[in-house]
Design a binder for this molecule. Structure first.
Ligand SMILES: O=C(O)CCC(=O)C(=O)O
Length: 336
């Protein structure tokens, strides 16, 4: 995601960090969140920290060398006792390639169940158009992207079960370290469209925390270009070119693609791919509907994280509690 950031600012109770995310006040009005003086103060502190930390350190200059230096400092501060090097061979490969593919990591039946919930959600929004909302079936809309509402997603039982996968959590920890935590998630349907829309153009995710991994979970088979695969130029996260916060054309990137080898990610249901999306990447417009779940895992909160209404463990289905208890730190922004 690459929202346009303005200047550092005071992040108030009416402020939304991204299209489709409700402000504190809107959440209170809709009964999503409880209000109170202490709650308001806590939210303001967390939201201002998260928003201004990203603005100040990151979008001030998106230079990869600077971000790598700051990222090292963050790792040291957040997890001083953790090894500095990636903890496994596959995590070291991920560091070089910006990509790790895990075949059959998740149960396809679970993903099919979640895809059913996404298609039946009945209400959708979109981060790129704050005013957009669709109420109804996906096929009744011709909007290119239909996103599940954030809090609906975070409270979805199947979503929580997918995120409780120990194999998925383990890889995130290998790549980022023990303080890796889920700090946001998106699930959306890409609809067929003629021209590439928003993140279907080459870009780098510039507004994410200093140390982060995006986890991509296709909710159906991605077998050909018509299925709308993610496309990536591996090993470009550290590249000193093309780091302005904008979209890039194919023509501009042709030499880089030839040198580094761009590729689309094909996957079966159950496959998961982990991407450092500070590398150049894009979605591709599908010829038929494509459903995807993607998680943001990071050491620091994202500017969106304080908008999550945390669940208490009692609100989570009992069968998921042992896995969540065993990975408390991973779920720290989601579950109290
Ligand atoms: O839709 C995809 O496959 C890629 C999405 C993407 O580029 C993004 O979320 O930043």
């Amino acid at each position: 995601m690459t929202p346009q950031f303005g200047r550092a600012c005071f992040f108030g109770l009416d402020h939304s960090p991204e299209g489709g995310i409700k402000s504190y006040r809107a959440q209170v009005a809709e009964g999503i969140r409880r209000d109170g003086a202490i709650r308001r103060l806590g939210y303001l502190v967390r939201a201002n920290y998260a928003y201004n930390y990203i603005w100040w350190f990151k979008t001030r200059s998106n230079d990869p060398a600077r971000i790598a230096r700051l990222g090292k400092v963050e790792r040291l501060l957040k997890q001083p006792f953790a090894a500095r090097r990636p903890r496994t061979e596959r995590a070291a490969e991920f560091d070089n390639a910006d990509f790790h593919f895990a075949s059959g990591m998740l149960d396809p039946a679970l993903l099919q169940k979640f895809a059913g919930d996404l298609y039946a959600a009945g209400r959708y929004n979109e981060p790129y158009r704050p005013e957009f909302e669709h109420v109804g079936r996906p096929e009744e809309s011709d909007s290119p992207f239909l996103y599940m509402l954030p809090q609906t997603l975070f409270e979805n039982e199947t979503f929580l079960e997918i995120c409780s996968s120990q194999a998925l959590i383990d890889f995130c920890r290998e790549a980022l370290g023990p303080k890796a935590a889920m700090s946001w998630a998106w699930s959306w349907i890409s609809q067929p469209s003629q021209a590439p829309y928003q993140n279907q153009n080459w870009h780098r995710d510039a507004a994410e925390p200093l140390n982060f991994v995006r986890v991509f979970i296709p909710l159906q088979a991605i077998e050909t270009r018509a299925d709308g695969p993610t496309e990536l130029i591996p090993g470009t996260s550290g590249m000193r070119e093309f780091y302005e916060i904008r979209r890039f054309s194919d023509a501009e990137l042709e030499p880089t693609k030839a040198a580094k080898g761009a590729g689309v990610v094909l996957a079966e249901p159950g496959d998961v791919y982990f991407v450092n999306t500070f590398a150049l990447h894009r979605g591709t417009p599908p010829a038929k509907r494509r459903a995807l779940l993607t998680l943001l895992i990071s050491l620091s909160p994202s500017h969106r994280t304080p908008s999550i209404r945390k669940l208490s463990l009692r609100e989570v289905p009992e069968r998921l509690r042992p896995a969540i208890r065993a990975n408390k730190s991973f779920f720290r922004h989601l579950i109290r």
